[in-house]
Design a protein. Sequence first.
Length: 273
Amino acid sequence: MVSIQGGASLAKSLFPLVGAEGITTLRLSIGTLILFVIFRPWRMRFAAGSRLPLLIYGLSLGAMNYLFYLSLRTVPLGIAVALEFTGPLAVAMFSSRRAVDFIWVALAMVGLWFLLPLGHDMGSIDPLGAACALGAGACWAVYIIFGQKAGGDHGPGTVAVGSLIAALVFCPIGAWQTGSALLNLDILPLALAVAILSTALPYSLEIIALPKIPARTFGTLMSLEPAMAALSGMIFLNEHLNGIQWLALAAIIMASMGSTLTIKPKPQIEQLS
């Protein structure tokens, strides 16, 4: 979380040079090269029945990155991550349908409601940017679900293959939208840092963790993500939250932790895990 939110702040600072689409292209392409060197996925074997989860995992990874960076063009980092966080929060919520879960749903909705205005000088939240952040959240939910399946079938090398799938689909789109700005060699060192912080390091750690821990545990640990994003935006991007917004972030964190901690595991799932 520390790595990926630091990388997000650095990426947003590069938007004036190459745009959100260009950063997506650089992050995916460089990150994929790094992951290939680390995991050497060409040695992996892919059974026919395991290819679809891997494909969906890769597509969701690419779409999540692309939509999230699009949202950052007009939405502050802390708010974008809070909206995106509805994805993993939904994964936790749908794992149980008991009455207590309505408390966490209500708490999350209250937090999101009060989080939307970020200071009096920031104006209203751009609807398209908010929609992109929510779309990234939906992709994040798919990423968690299919990451567990793909990672369990193929191990840590899954992240390299998934990143390659994402790069093959979204890098051409980003390159076409960005144009010659991608040829600026001066931004390569910063782009390399973004790729390491936002792709190579966090996704490697996540794909190792996902097959080893239940989705509820992953969701609980990820509950701090909006707070990490808000802190990163405050430190690196000068995006400050007032007391109401910090309370709203706390409500979202409490909703996620509460929902995952009060889930009653299903026996059949526990036996298979």
